[in-house]
Design a protein. Structure first.
Lengths: 348, 348, 348, 348
């Protein structure tokens, strides 16, 4: 009997992506999708690429109905909304995977400072497990409540975790330069997502360490390091629909040659099906992971400056959001973590 | 026990796409991939998006070895090469699906006139079944040798078959305007496929009815109509990697209202899992079928001019090539035609 | 002393393009730019590409002020607004070039049927000269009021005028398939102009002869032909910012060989500096005219079907709007029509 | 009487761009263009966007002929070729602007180490003035031989020169993350410039401080600083045709608030017509400088990490190559440096 899942807030890109991925998962049945604004509309009216894939119709969210339709819930809601919906579902005994930023930060005060909104359920924060399976697999397996990582933090943490964990780099002065596709800005039309603004253009935004993913990156890096880490993180908006490329720069603590570094990464991510370490001299292309749950990582040493440069590529909507959410669900319910997720990127 | 397949000429885009799709097919095991130029190289060296998906290594083609490794063969070879390889495999009793244009045309003379090369195996032409499952399903089921349709003809024939079959349009004066993504031009770098040439540009090529897919379109349209049809077909090169959008214009023979036309298309493609007819007022977007085997069709009437306009969208590498080839294979070996192919398009 | 011009409605793309082009025109000084919504804002706040090019500040429109600041006015207003503003400026003795559709159609009833709005100044319609300089140069030279052509009609009329004028084609059954970049949809963000919707996708819209440029195309074609012409016109939205590629199909009335056709086009457009006829076998690429006022035209014959295929490329914002408006202004004030407009397209 | 210029190696992108820009320059006449491989071909055969702009025909290079046709020469040759051609032209008394990397580095040994080729004219190195007009205007004015900067170094040096010059940053640990459009890879088709490889993808290349522009950046930064500077520089290849976006990270030596920093940049680049400093909170978009000679610079402080982040945008073919070359020519011959170069970027 398949697992019944619900997707709350399924009219945005991550919701649509959950539906797409769930349709290819052998053990999932979607029992409930909600989008208050589109109640009564078919999913494939909003997303014609799901025609023939899904016959679902959007409901308005109702806790009672939700409970009768599914057992595991994905919250694909905007920041601020998830914190209102999660408690009811958890209290009713359901498993919840929250894709918003509402429960990623340990400290409600930090949340409020970076997200510019009040946290109305700070007591729940401690109950959420951070859903980055490559680092927290055991905790996820026994969790009922997952806070799914942000798209940038996923690419950044996978890139740097081995170096931090093995104490191979100085934790001071880390520079993280990330490039994202436009789907990260969501489905609502805005001046900044107009085709003519993004097409043919390269730009940065929220420069100066002010993006709300910064404290998330720092918190989990610090957790790995066992000490506080501050990073300089700059996001950029690129003319692609999907993909995040992160180029991270850190000072080597001691010289380790490239072959050993690569071996160390491979060892660190042994048995982690979605992290692939590229051979020496090869670097990730986001297109190679478009639509897929893989993270490709390339490593280089700049011997003249003593820096190590780590480059990671993910699809922001898959490994950076909905694919990772399903990977977490797999672990929570005792399925192989890669079930339904072993798709290659769409190249060319 | 899974079906063992071989892919001959697997270094090009359609070969890589066969590997990608086969990896998600529950009953296929790829036993043999060849690319003479890349003998000994891993598939994921050429195609890093297949890292973690396929451990295959390219072989040089050898008939004896082929026979020991697989039972069904996909020929993803250039035009002119397939006609050299097909006979040996067929004589050895294997099933063969040829993705080239070598066996699509009934008349070797027509082939030679349009493809500008000699046909060295004209006696085989009659033995190939045209692999458009929506029109020739029964013949495909009992075939050993399939000639897989061209990318443009697939989109065109699916768009126009119902109208021709039901004699709803004049067979004179049909205009077919098709737009293709750059992957249709193949993997080899050429001046015409340089990023800077295609990016930001719209252009036509082989204008004036000289594209080699023209006689293929005409032959199968004529076959449906029971009389000779000549069309005016113009291909265009667009700044996308994947996708073909065809806009076909024909004169209505008698007035039929749009709702009835749509109903007729739905009826014509009943039980054809990959053809989806859009509601009135909606038209296909190629991105909605990117990476998928679906064909979306939209229909409009221009009552002022008496024309019907049919628009179809496919992914040239999937429904226009490798996905269709697997659909054909499914039918040939008695599997459900949609097995392993029910993926949604990658949107956004 | 430079000519003082005003741009009414200068916050949209065509307004910004007028400012860009005017900045490179040796005889123009912009004395007045308006955008009620952005009153007090600098032009380069909305359009940073004009930083260093223009120090202008948006005003709210006022007829009195306008008259004190400029002598020639470009109306870059939405349809429906231009008809409110034009009369006052004309009555005050100014020259007016209207880029909207408000005065392109001879018949207010036709306007109302296609634009779905009432025409509040039908008596002015007859006073506007259609500003397609390649066809109406003499009328433009003596005009005070120009109705600047639509973007699609510009590409279509330039492509077909010679054939119609010389009675070389049947005026029945003409098919016009046009592809446009996203800037044609304007600056306001809409679901349909979201980067993720257009990027990587090919689609058609307003299919079935319902685009409001259809009657404009037909009216001026009919004017050239001396008899009523009806066409089947289908616009498409393409993943480029700028450019319109038109592929027009018509039945040859009598056979004329390609070299003679090309010669005829060259002769027809002799002394027309912005229309370039490509050699046999070459077809336009929109990128070659990006940012420029040129129209490139390629011609092919399909001898099997008796059709002639004409392909034209323009930049929808330049030759299809603001460049053409300046070309008209040049003619109206006695300057060489190509003054300030001899820029090459931006390639690569 | 216009200045007669020659372009040696005019079949590549920078050569074509020189022709495009020269066509809009009021005091230049191109007397000579060479491309040995295309001798006898018209420029507009290779570059149809120059149809109607230039009637030039490619010659094979000949020193005698060159001297009779022009007085100032642009060398748009590949690295290694310029060093063969420059001496003859200089000896004959001509002014030479070399766009290659052959004379940018002071030390032939460094050149040979990074460019992997022998320098056959090391004695000429000292005679070339580095053509970055914002830093070396006076030297350029009196020079006969200019080494035009690389595309990346132009964007990097303009971004960082004020901070280094004013000793506001630590010269240790500077990280430079640059993103380039595909035209930087040149006109020849290669696997890496295939549309399908770049479209929809983000990637890095020559990672680890191995790009040949690294020593150029370091040499001129060191020159400004008066002490040796080593940087960590990583280039990336982006899916746009034109544009370089550089994001540079440096540690503030002392805290200076953002307003003062911006004022300092404006002061540093006072009277430099092509460098524009954006207001606080605004960051450059490459599209705003596409086709233009401007460099846009945005500045941010990351107070948490003590870093300053400088972002610059240029068009790699204009300010990063051919536009800058013409700016240098203007200075060399006593014209205003911005003559013929005051074009706005092409947006949208």
């Amino acid at each position: 009997m398949p697992l019944k899942v619900g997707i709350i807030g399924a009219s945005g890109y991550t919701g649509a992506e959950l539906i797409r991925l769930a349709a290819g998962h052998p053990e999932i049945e979607i029992g409930y999708v909600t989008a208050n604004q589109y109640q009564g509309a078919r999913v494939d009216e909003l997303y014609p690429h799901l025609t023939g894939i899904s016959d679902l119709v959007y409901d308005a969210y109702d806790l009672e109905v939700a409970g009768s339709k599914a057992d595991v819930f994905f919250l694909a809601l905007p920041h601020g909304k998830a914190m209102e919906v999660a408690p009811g579902l958890l209290d009713a005994g359901h498993k919840v995977i929250d894709l918003s930023g509402d429960f990623r930060l340990d400290d409600a005060g930090v949340y409020e400072a970076w997200y510019k909104r009040e946290h109305t359920n700070p007591e729940l924060i401690g109950r959420a497990v951070y859903g980055l399976p490559e680092l927290y697999e055991e905790e996820i397996k026994s969790a009922n409540f997952i806070s799914n990582p942000g798209c940038y933090p996923t690419g950044v943490l996978l890139a740097l975790a081995p170096l931090i964990s093995e104490k191979l780099i100085s934790t001071d002065g880390i520079v993280i330069n990330s490039l994202s596709g436009a789907s990260g800005a969501g489905r609502d039309p805005k001046p900044g997502t107009h085709f003519c603004k993004i097409d043919g253009s390269l730009t940065a935004y929220k420069v100066g360490g002010v993006h709300q993913h910064t404290p998330e990156i720092e918190q989990y890096m610090s957790d790995i390091a066992g000490k506080a880490i501050t990073v300089s993180f700059t996001p950029h908006l690129m003319p692609v629909s999907r993909g995040i490329l992160t180029t991270a720069y850190a000072d080597m603590a001691d010289f380790v040659d490239l072959d050993r570094l690569i071996a160390l990464y491979k060892s660190f991510y042994k048995d982690k099906p979605f992290v692939l370490i590229l051979p020496s001299g090869q670097y990730p292309q986001t297109k190679n992971v478009a639509g897929s749950n893989y993270c490709h990582i390339g490593i280089a040493l700049d011997v003249r400056t003593g820096k190590v440069i780590i480059i990671s590529a993910i699809d922001n909507l898959v490994k950076g959001a909905s694919g990772q959410a399903i990977q977490n669900m797999n672990l929570m319910v005792g399925l192989p973590q890669d079930m339904g997720l072993r798709h290659a990127g769409l190249m060319p």
